[in-house]
Design a protein around this ligand. Structure first.
Ligand SMILES: Nc1ncnc2c1ncn2[C@@H]1O[C@H](COP(=O)(O)OP(=O)(O)O)[C@@H](O)[C@H]1O
Ligand SMILES: CC(C)(COP(=O)(O)O)[C@@H](O)C(=O)NCCC(=O)O
Length: 453
């Protein structure tokens, strides 16, 4: 069997060798997972456990790209990593500023049409992908194919965009997207993280984050709820054994879309930030509003429970501008999180599942979102079912697509199953241990090994 190409060093002193890249092009965001070989100079002493004799050591990187401002984000993140000179960055930065300015001034197409909008946009939106693909080609040398029928200029991709942009990638960028089924990838990614990464899953209730030790022999069955633009609910019974049992169109896209319309927010982060300062009682109709301040204890509803989300807005002559965007955002977040928590619980109940893992970028490690989902699951299941969250929540699909290289074409490869996110060794068994506070939703990497089976 051929040695995987990424094992062949390129012989120059390139600090980062991107050898493999997978994409999840979703309804809202593009997620990337890629592997870079270690140069060997900066080994992490905390991660000796991941090194194996015949392995290729390196880092698994996680990154996401906002479709709109992807380029700016990636330049900021990759400048140091790829050793871009300041002139390169300046030129790229100018190009971005130009693009953003055009979009803003032109209010979309008219100017852009003059610039052949399809070419322009595809290069701008997928610039990070192009850049990584280029690095990957240089490092593995696979742009010089002697046998053109043996086309290895491909990237594993999942999500709707793998279909939507397939021709565009091929035509404009010369890269084939090898499509992997989205549900398959979500499950593969979740199983991998749950088994291989310490401190991956945690519960979040009443502001308390508690890491869960996963017993590999007692992981299945579980319900995986992926909250992306929409929501998929998947009953997972083992590796590759799963069934998508339900879904709802009221998901992350709904929060972001409705929130944008109602609050005029310009970014998802801004909307989340607003929700933190808001008070949903201003807009939501509570049980107490209907029952004269009293609980409806006979059916287990306290006076402070929400009887009708946004229901207060009907009972006075207020217009949208009379409400604070903070309060609107808070009500919306609560309504959507509650609803997802409740539907998740009902599906867990349907199949007798006690554990529900939530993935997808909607949660964004945001405490109020996680708390609301947890409370909903706790309330409806009377404490029987448990909501758990994943640190790499938004990367399940991309990770699954990445792992599918193992099964196909580039040789039999496996990712070491004992990846550890670097933590202080003294606290590694403490379930209350909080890894250093950083935004795991931006770029992150973990030490790992890839080896030939
Ligand atoms: N920076 C962001 N920009 C837009 N949406 C975001 C952002 N961060 C989190 N989200 C939320 O995550 C959702 C997308 O989640 P994701 O798992 O990436 O799904 P998809 O695969 O459909 O893109 C969005 O609809 C939004 O609710
Ligand atoms: C179609 C999708 C699988 C696409 O995944 P996404 O990009 O939202 O992560 C998802 O949006 C979904 O499951 N929507 C819910 C559709 C339904 O069951 O009603």
């Amino acid at each position: 069997m051929d040695r995987p190409r990424e094992i062949e060093a390129d012989g120059n002193s390139n600090p980062i060798q991107i050898s493999r890249l997978a994409l999840d092009i979703g309804g809202s965001l593009i997620k990337l997972v890629y592997f870079s070989r270690d140069s060997g100079d900066h080994e992490d002493p905390l991660n000796d456990s991941v090194r194996i004799s015949n392995g290729v050591n390196g880092r698994l990187h996680f990154a996401k790209c906002y479709q709109q401002y992807g380029v700016v984000f990636f330049i900021a993140n990759f400048r140091a990593e790829f050793d871009l000179s300041s002139t390169d960055s300046f030129i790229l930065g100018l190009a971005c500023a130009y693009f953003v300015m055009l979009r803003t001034l032109a209010g979309q197409a008219s100017f852009l049409e003059l610039l052949h909008v399809d070419n322009f946009l595809i290069y701008v939106i997928f610039w990070p992908v192009l850049f990584l693909a280029y690095k990957m080609k240089v490092n593995s040398g696979f742009q010089h194919q002697e046998n053109p029928t043996n086309d290895r200029s491909f990237i594993k991709a999942t999500g709707g965009g793998a279909y939507k942009f397939s021709d565009l990638f091929k035509e404009k960028l010369g890269i084939s997207l090898e499509k992997e089924d989205e549900m398959d990838c979500l499950v593969t990614g979740a199983n991998f993280l749950l088994k291989a990464v310490n401190h991956e899953a945690f519960t979040y209730l009443n502001g308390q984050k508690e890491f869960v030790q996963i017993d590999h022999n007692d992981l299945y069955p579980y319900l995986l709820v992926n909250i992306g633009s929409g929501v998929s609910m998947i009953k997972v019974d083992g590796d590759g054994k799963f069934e998508r049992v339900s879904g709802t169109s009221v998901g992350g896209g709904t929060f972001w879309g409705l929130g944008k319309l109602l609050t005029k927010c310009q970014s998802f982060d801004e909307l989340l930030e607003l929700s933190q300062r808001g008070n949903n009682r201003v807009i939501d109709m509570l049980v107490g509003d209907i029952y004269g301040g009293m609980d409806y204890s006979k059916i287990g509803l306290s006076s402070t429970a929400i009887a009708s989300s946004f229901g207060r807005a009907i009972s006075n002559s207020n217009e949208l501008h009379d409400y604070k965007p903070e309060d609107v955002s808070r009500s919306l977040l609560r309504m959507i999180s509650n609803n997802i928590g409740q539907i998740s619980y009902l599906n867990a109940l349907r199949f007798g599942l006690k554990r529900i893992f939530f993935g997808g970028f909607f949660t964004r490690g945001h405490s109020y979102t996680m708390d609301t989902i947890s409370v909903a699951v706790h309330f409806w299941s009377k404490g029987e079912a448990k909501a758990m969250f994943l640190r790499h929540e938004g990367f399940l699909g991309a990770l699954g697509a990445f792992m599918s290289y193992e099964r196909h074409s580039l040789g039999d490869l496996m990712v070491n199953q004992s990846v550890q996110i670097p933590v202080d060794a003294s606290s590694s068994t403490d379930t209350n241990y909080n890894p250093p506070e950083r935004d795991l939703n931006e770029t992150e990497s973990m030490q790992c090994s890839v080896y030939q089976a």
